[in-house]
Ligand binder design. Structure first.
Ligand SMILES: NC(=O)c1ccc[n+]([C@@H]2O[C@H](COP(=O)([O-])OP(=O)(O)OC[C@H]3O[C@@H](n4cnc5c(N)ncnc54)[C@H](OP(=O)(O)O)[C@@H]3O)[C@@H](O)[C@H]2O)c1
Length: 300
């Protein structure tokens, strides 16, 4: 029997690091399968989705610009997909395509590790696209005093927030992206960059360095071949806890691998393959420190 196939399907996917992670994971687990990038234009999407239903196909990661378009083409959508209106993983289960959103799973894992920290101040989400929708979904059950969505087109942010009902702590507030530079982030517990700012070598940081402070966590979804983004550099230099786009890529690849193969993801193997291909380690923040045990100071 020929090897089974899995894909990353989107536009501009040639340089993605997903294939090296999944190829290493298949090999480590003795799974006879291949994972490859597949350049698919909008007008080719129906044909590509039909290909995914074939017996030899495990499924596919979906990236820009198809994350919303696949929702109407899937047979089953997860709750996260229905709430975000976007998905990034199609799994072939006997010809039926199940759509999930592993960006939400990865973000939720990272945020939950720092849940107590996030209760201390507002969360600022920069951007109003698919990744920002995943961030709002991942924050839904967390206790945060406020969530702000900062976008260059407030109308897009307003549409995003409009569908964000049933949130613990109430509906997010929409602000212009320029508010990231007016000093109000000093009260925030977390800033998430869900814009592409940082992908191009001459992009500025979406948050000026002087507005970053040591009590702030920064989650920057962007990764680029040339090294950390200006936001990641500035945040590290100012003593913030940083989670970078490589770390996000690794974190979402775990549930992807598990869903495609039914096998627990070999995380260390995937991390090593990613770091070797990227030329640097993913950067992630640690967990909240455990609260001091009652009476421990007196008994010490
Ligand atoms: N590390 C990972 O595994 C991972 C996973 C998911 C996403 N990402 C990254 O996250 C970023 C956002 O992805 P997405 O799917 O949300 O994209 P998207 O749906 O296209 O949304 C992008 C958002 O950023 C805004 N934006 C675009 N260019 C901007 C600029 N120059 N200045 C300010 N705002 C700008 C857009 O505003 P307009 O609507 O006005 O254009 C939109 O609100 C991308 O860089 C993507 O590569 C990384």
């Amino acid at each position: 029997m020929p090897p089974r196939r899995a894909f990353l399907l989107g536009e501009g996917v040639a340089h993605s690091l997903s294939p090296v992670m999944h190829t290493a994971a298949f090999a480590a687990c003795g799974i006879d399968a291949r994972y490859a990038s597949w350049e698919v234009r909008r007008e080719e999407l129906d044909q590509a989705v039909a290909r995914l239903r074939r017996d030899d196909c495990l499924g596919a990661n979906i990236t820009m610009p198809h994350k919303r378009a696949v929702v109407d083409r899937a047979d089953v959508c997860s709750v996260a997909v229905r709430r975000c209106g976007a998905g990034n993983l199609l799994v072939n289960r006997q010809g039926r395509l199940h759509l999930d959103n592993t960006d939400v799973l990865a973000l939720r894992t990272a945020f939950t590790r720092r849940a107590r920290h996030l209760a201390r101040g507002p969360v600022a989400v920069l951007g109003a696209g698919g990744a920002a929708a995943a961030v709002l979904e991942a924050l839904r059950e967390l206790d945060t005093p406020a969530v702000w969505v900062l976008a260059r087109r407030p109308s897009a942010a307003a549409r995003l927030v409009e569908r964000d009902r049933g949130r613990l702590g109430g509906r997010p507030t929409v602000l212009p992206l320029a508010a990231a530079a007016d000093g109000r982030l000093r009260d925030c517990a977390l800033v998430v960059n869900a814009t592409p700012l940082g992908m191009a070598s001459d992009d500025p940081s979406p948050v000026p360095a002087e507005h970053l402070h040591p009590g702030l966590l920064v989650y920057d979804l962007v990764y680029r071949p040339g090294g950390p983004t200006p936001l990641q550099r500035a945040a590290a230099a100012r003593g913030c806890g940083v989670c970078d786009g490589l770390s996000h890529l690794l974190e979402q690849a775990g549930p992807t691998f598990a869903a495609l193969t039914g096998h627990p993801p070999p995380r260390d193997v995937m991390r090593r393959a990613l770091a070797a291909a990227a030329g640097r380690d993913p950067v992630e923040w640690g967990a909240d420190e455990a609260p001091a045990a009652a009476g421990s100071a007196a008994t010490g």
